[in-house]
Design a protein around this ligand. Structure first.
Ligand SMILES: O=C(O)CCC(=O)C(=O)O
Ligand SMILES: [Fe+2]
Length: 322
């Protein structure tokens, strides 16, 4: 085993450990109707264990609510090494003055100390063999099969492996992410309403409901096209919804959510580095192979965002310099 590298901001590992994930040993052979009945009786915050197969109850929970949380899929040493790798790749990109990777803009803005900080990085595994090996590890095989027997990890497709950071500080480029469905992005990529689509996220920080973080609207993955597009204003509405559920995470947790479900990231009430939240999304792809490279254009859906983000970054830098 490799010695863990130290990240600049290791996750907070103080406080309560997570509750034990559900013991499903007596439920492994339930038929879909029985599994659906069990899933209906579980709390919305239920944590599951990722084993060699997605279980009937895990399937049923995901079908019913649109998301599922797996307990500590990455070990503490892996979490630290992944975060340290992101720090290393960030330093490389900064040193090279790089603005995009494979057409996907890098969003740099001031961190709580006023230094340049990478808030969103697409294709984050292409410069990190460790990260690339990690996302292809055998433990994720049941997740791949859940998405489809023909699914593959698109390290060089779509936006690749996306690494997100959120921090609440004066001049922060991004303390949150407003309500949206990921389906909208696929409408842009494919020009049609997407069918079921599952997004797989790894979570690096301890996020309690009081810390902001990921909020979902359970069940909205089965809404009609009109609600998928217009229930809220995509990437603008941030206001609480009475039906929202906070997805509580411990470092190393893995979530699967249906991209047609409404979700957002709320600002942490803390300030500075204690507000830091990091997530990484691994693209599982089933469409025809469409690999990107350094000559790939910026996708249309990112161009508008990129203009807004660059403007916010410039404004933040000016404000910090006074
Ligand atoms: O950071 C997260 O967990 C959510 C990010 C997200 O929803 C997105 O990038 O589409
Ligand atoms: Fe999203």
């Amino acid at each position: 085993m490799m010695t863990p590298l130290a990240p600049r901001h290791p996750p907070d590992r103080t406080g309560e450990p997570p509750p034990a994930p559900l013991d499903e040993s007596a439920w492994l052979h339930l038929d879909p109707a029985e599994a659906a009945a069990k899933a209906a009786g579980l709390p919305l915050g239920q944590r599951f264990r990722l084993g060699p197969e997605i279980t009937p109850v895990q399937h049923a929970f995901l079908d019913r609510h649109g998301y599922v949380v797996f307990d500590a899929v990455a070990a503490p040493a892996e979490v630290d090494t992944l975060l340290a790798e992101i720090d290393r790749v960030e330093a490389e990109l900064l040193a090279a003055g790089q603005q995009k990777v494979h057409g996907v803009p890098l969003w740099f803005g001031p961190d709580p100390d006023g230094n340049e900080y990478l808030y969103r990085m697409g294709f984050s595994s292409v410069r990190s063999p460790y990260l690339s090996n990690f996302v292809r590890d055998a433990r994720f095989e049941p997740i791949r099969r859940l998405i489809g027997d023909d699914a593959r990890i698109g390290e060089r497709e779509k936006d690749g492996v996306v690494f997100n950071r959120y921090v609440n500080a004066p001049g922060s480029l991004r303390p949150n992410l407003a309500w949206h469905t990921d389906a909208l992005r696929d409408v842009f990529y494919n020009w049609r309403m997407p069918g079921p689509m599952l997004n797989v996220g790894l979570h690096f920080d301890r996020i309690r409901p009081a810390d902001g973080g990921l909020r979902v609207l359970p069940g909205t993955h089965t809404q009609g096209a009109f609600s998928t597009l217009f229930r809220k204003i995509h990437f603008v509405t941030q206001a609480p919804d009475p039906r929202e559920v906070a997805v509580e995470t411990w470092p190393g947790d893995l979530t699967v959510h249906d991209g047609r479900m409404w979700h957002k990231v709320d600002t942490s009430p803390r300030q500075g580095w204690p507000s830091l939240r990091r997530s990484m999304y691994v693209p599982y792809v089933r469409d025809a192979v469409l690999e990107k490279d350094e000559n790939s254009p910026t996708p249309a859906y990112l161009r508008l965002f990129d203009t807004i983000v660059k403007w916010r970054a410039a404004r933040a830098r000016k404000r910090i310099k006074g």
